[in-house]
Design a protein around this ligand. Structure first.
Ligand SMILES: Nc1ncnc2c1ncn2[C@@H]1O[C@H](COP(=O)(O)OP(=O)(O)OP(=O)(O)O)[C@@H](O)[C@H]1O
Ligand SMILES: [Mg+2]
Length: 602
């Protein structure tokens, strides 16, 4: 049991440390404010409760008792009054102190909830920003829905935890004050109180253990549920095509049920906490009062009015202790969420080596891959010592079997990923030295699986470009062979296209991506074409769009169909991450190597 107690204390310390890190981003001043007001709460509470003892001694001691200090003070300032006047004055003072305490307590709650809101918003902002600076690999690994779950569910749970934590600190400072008052009245009795409180803590550790486990299970189930939810609908076509709705529904129901079970387990454990603490605490309190009467009051070591005040303070302390023990359990339950958020807040920042600030003013001579190697974090070697050059204005096609590393080359050029060795240079200067603004303005990519945001066609094309005139937009639409498509759409450019472009065809989606790329008038264009799933007419349209786009630019075309690269000035043939051949179509065919085999389709 001792071991379990220490393990939970350690858990609790870890939660506090994580919370401190998250809270730290808001700055410590707002916290200082909340606690300063809490101090006032304690002060007024102290005055109110402190005045009870002289009041009781006045009530119980009658005319003969030696008046206590506050009464003496009253007697010296308002001499010659009857005891009932003093009693009334003390009563009024108590009422005022408690009213002031409640005003301070209200202010402190308002401040605390404002603080909570700030911490919560800040946490989400920081997390969002952090993820936008993370390595792409993070998103390759995280299943869809997990990130949304962190933002929507776990940050919420962390906010609740922060609120609990603020309350915990507020209440424990008040409890501490009571404890001091109790120590002041009787050292021996209060030592007994402390011992009993620690014993109570031990007794509760089995409930804490359950809460902590339920919290972790809930966090785990939350993200499994979110993942199932998002994937199920993102892949709704696959689900329907495979007639797998039943399977999806059953899986969802199973996880949903498990999550409810875990929540129920935590609710059961926390419902146990309050009655258990209260019963045990009252037993403890009665023991204390009994002992005090038997060993202190009866032998005459203590006045009964002191014992009364002591008992009163103890009764005020009990609910506080109850709340503290419950909150501790609640915090352990929420720890799962906090750890999750904390884990994501620690996502390493990409790039480890920062981008430079040299402005890129356009390619003068050549773009060069110099011995570029890249291995994915999962160990897949995608590029091995790739070396080739592209002259300014030239169109170079990259061909090769699926998985040979073509898209990875594009990712390296766009600085999405850091090469393990080697570099990409523009006119001899490492591309990492260029500032992000100028390099990304000058390079554009049409990705193999073009992504469209949920928004209008116009929003999708102008994405990331400011101050675009209608003429520029119209030109990009024309170059991308989209004129007819736009004309046929019900609201033209303002037609909504779905997420992942579900409301437009594959070929149209690709052409929208081409329009997006050429709108920024990039000097270097990378086209990772995905024409293989298009019919002959769409392919021709995309093809034409690509040719229009390539005109007057340095272009790298990643070709999936050899028929589409006849126009290229030069071809680079890749296999297993290596450049195996390069040259013109004719020279490569004459070589009778891999390219020849690709051409004849074997
Ligand atoms: N995000 C990733 N994480 C791990 N491995 C990856 C990742 N993306 C690609 N790979 C692996 O790296 C290798 C090269 O992939 P790449 O996408 O560059 O191929 P490709 O030549 O573009 O293929 P395709 O013609 O099918 O588009 C492949 O073996 C692939 O499995
Ligand atoms: Mg590819």
């Amino acid at each position: 049991m001792l071991k379990r107690f220490f393990a939970q204390t350690r858990d609790f310390a870890v939660v506090i440390r994580h919370l401190r890190l998250e809270i730290g981003s808001v700055g410590l001043w707002p916290f200082a404010g909340v606690f300063a007001v809490s101090m006032f709460v304690m002060l007024f509470e102290g005055v109110g409760v402190g005045l009870l003892v002289p009041m009781l001694s006045l009530l119980l001691g009658g005319e003969n008792a030696t008046p206590m200090r506050p009464i003496q003070w009253l007697q010296s300032h308002f001499p010659g009054q009857s005891p009932s006047v003093y009693l009334s004055l003390v009563c009024i003072a108590i009422v005022c102190a408690i009213a002031a305490k409640n005003a301070a307590s209200y202010t402190s709650q308002i401040l605390a909830s404002r603080l909570k809101r700030r911490v919560a918003t800040n946490m989400r902002d920081v997390l969002f920003e952090r993820l936008h600076r993370a390595d792409l690999d993070v998103f390759d690994r995280a299943p869809g829905g997990e990130i949304a779950n962190i933002f929507l569910v776990e940050t919420y749970r962390s906010t609740v935890a922060i609120e609990s934590f603020i309350g915990y600190v507020q209440r424990s400072s008040i409890a501490l004050f009571y404890l001091f008052a109790l120590f002041y009245i009787s050292l021996r009795l209060t030592l007994l109180v402390v011992v009993l409180a620690v014993v109570l803590g031990f007794t509760l550790s089995f409930v804490y253990g359950r809460l902590s486990r339920a919290g972790i299970a809930v966090a785990d189930l939350n993200h499994r549920l979110a993942t199932t939810l998002t994937q199920s609908f993102a892949g709704v076509r696959v689900v329907r095509a495979a007639n797998a709705q039943r399977r999806e529904i059953d899986e969802f129901k199973r996880l949903n049920g498990l999550q409810a079970d875990a929540e129920y387990a935590s609710a059961r454990a926390s419902s146990l906490l309050f009655p258990l603490t209260e019963t045990l605490a009252v037993i403890g309190a009665m023991t204390i009062v009994g002992c005090a009467y038997a060993f202190l009051v009866r032998p005459g070591h203590m006045l009964s009015s002191y014992l009364l005040a002591y008992g009163f303070l103890l009764l005020r302390l009990l609910p506080l202790m109850n709340q503290l023990y419950s909150m501790q359990g609640h915090l352990l339950y929420l720890a799962g969420g906090i750890r999750e958020v904390h884990h994501w807040l620690q996502t390493p920042i990409y790039p480890v080596r920062p981008f430079g600030d040299v402005p890129f003013t356009g390619l003068q001579h050549e773009l060069k891959f110099e011995g570029v190697s890249y291995t994915y974090p999962n160990g897949t070697v995608a590029l091995r010592e790739v070396t080739f050059a592209v002259g300014v204005g030239e169109t170079v096609a990259i061909v090769g079997p699926s998985g040979s590393g073509k898209s990875t080359l594009a990712a390296i050029l766009l600085r999405f990923r850091t090469p393990a060795s080697g570099r990409v240079t523009a006119d001899g200067r490492d591309c990492w030295e260029f500032s992000p603004e100028t390099w990304h303005r000058a390079t554009a990519v049409v990705e193999q699986d073009a992504f469209l945001f949920h928004g209008t066609l116009r929003e999708n094309v102008v994405y990331g470009c400011q101050g675009i005139t209608d003429e520029e937009l119209a030109r990009a639409i024309t170059v991308a062979n989209l004129d007819e498509v736009v004309r046929a759409l019900p609201q033209g450019l303002d037609t909504l296209v779905g997420e992942r472009g579900a409301m437009v065809s594959g070929g149209q989606r690709q052409r929208i991506a081409i329009a997006r790329a050429i709108l920024r008038d990039p000097g270097i264009l990378i086209l990772d074409e995905a024409t293989s799933h298009l019919d002959a007419v769409s392919e021709q349209l995309v093809q034409q769009a690509l040719q229009n786009a390539a005109r007057g630019r340095t272009t790298i075309v990643i070709a999936h169909r050899l028929s589409t690269v006849r126009e290229a000035d030069r071809l680079i043939v890749m296999e297993h991450g290596e450049v195996v051949e390069q040259g013109t179509w004719e020279s490569l065919e004459a070589n009778r190597g891999l390219f020849h085999r690709l051409v004849i389709g074997v």
